[in-house]
Design a binder for this molecule. Sequence first.
Ligand code: PLP
Length: 473
Amino acid sequence: MPETLLYERLAERLRGQIQRGVLRAGERMPSLRRLGREQRVSLATAVEAYLHLEREGLVEARPRSGYYVRAPHASLPRGLTPARTRAPQPIRNPALLGVLDVLGRKDVLPFHAATPSLELLPSAALATATTRVLRRDPGVALSYAVPQGIAELRQRIAQRYAQCAVDVDPDEIIITAGAMEAITLALRTVTKPGDIVLLETPTYYGLLQAVAALGLRVIEVPNRAGAGIDAACAAELLDRHSVRAAVLVPNFNNPSGSLTSDVDKRALVAACTAHDVVVIEDDLYGELAYSGERPAPLRRFDGGRGHVITCGSFSKMLAPGFRVGWVLGGRWATELLRAKCFSTVATATLPQLAIAEYLSRHDFDRALRRLRRELATNAQRYREAIAHHWPEGTRVSEPTGGMALWLELPAPLEGQALFEAALARGIGTLPGHLFSNRGDYRHHLRLSCGLKWDAPVEAGLRTVGSLAQRLLA
Ligand SMILES: Cc1ncc(COP(=O)(O)O)c(C=O)c1O
């Protein structure tokens, strides 16, 4: 194995230990000799790994003493206010029912967009792969694909699930226009207007919009800051209400960034199965765990019954504009394929071919390692900047994957007011009430930490912080 990979892997392992709190701020890191001995690497590799973590701002060298876990510069209050549950109801938040104009704006600093900057993605390699497939066989690239999607791409997706011990038959996969089409097809297939669906609160506004478009009613289970979906509360809600489907984001929910534990995942799948509730899993961020340990999809707890429909996408890992996602249909695979065929015939051919080509010729795992590392470092840097420049009492989530930062602003400051003030200064954010059926989270704001860290990003965070100070004053 090349030495560069070895030190990167070692740094990744140590980074994971710091992020999980195994090594805490202020604690001494293992000495270089001990690290070398324990991890069976050379002294040079151990030094390289520490230098790497130092550049990321995670550790600091103290003369004649060794390396220490760096404490954030200023401290933030811990924990966010827990969510409430309510009776089932249609989507009532008018802000969700219009087009969210800010999403398409290219003239603002895009803290509102939960996608990594193109510099953090293997964009050049993907562009090369796209040109190659177009040149090689333009006839194929410019024709309709089969409704299910290109076989080689489906096989590659099945291989990635095999890496995290989830068995997927490529024939069960349907390629869709992003995860959003996968989720909409799944909802359309298993529900009818007026049915009740279980969602998390807070949750991604796109899920709320999909549910609104299909005339469904919503019941909400709290997504606890740092702990994810409350499975005991979900089981209670399923006992009391006749729920048809649950649309859940257990791996790094957007906006809270929380990861649901395996214990809760197992309990959620068991409760849904017992109540004949179809689980629609949005596993968009599963591959973006900062520790590098891919958390299990809910499907792993289904015991092969096909009760879980898993939706995924390349949007956050390769190219959001390609609109390539997928759905693992479980026992609804045939109905889902029919729904796909009757709505858009097939997903665009060229992006499918280009991604299949990229995955066969390039090192996707390496690109993902780099992306996770950058996102982990960003999350820390953004939190530090907020601790420095934002009003006292601002609370920020502590994500361990994905790129969402969920902020609770000190009252009476409202997310909408800060969103408008920032937009007027050319900075995009999203107000918290977009992440709720009823327009809750008035004092929240969601930022993306997917922008490559540089001076404009740092200045942007400082500017929004001082706008918040001014609005509060
Ligand atoms: C939780 C969640 N699901 C789905 C989507 C949309 O994904 P795609 O671009 O693959 O349609 C997003 C995008 O931000 C998201 O955060």
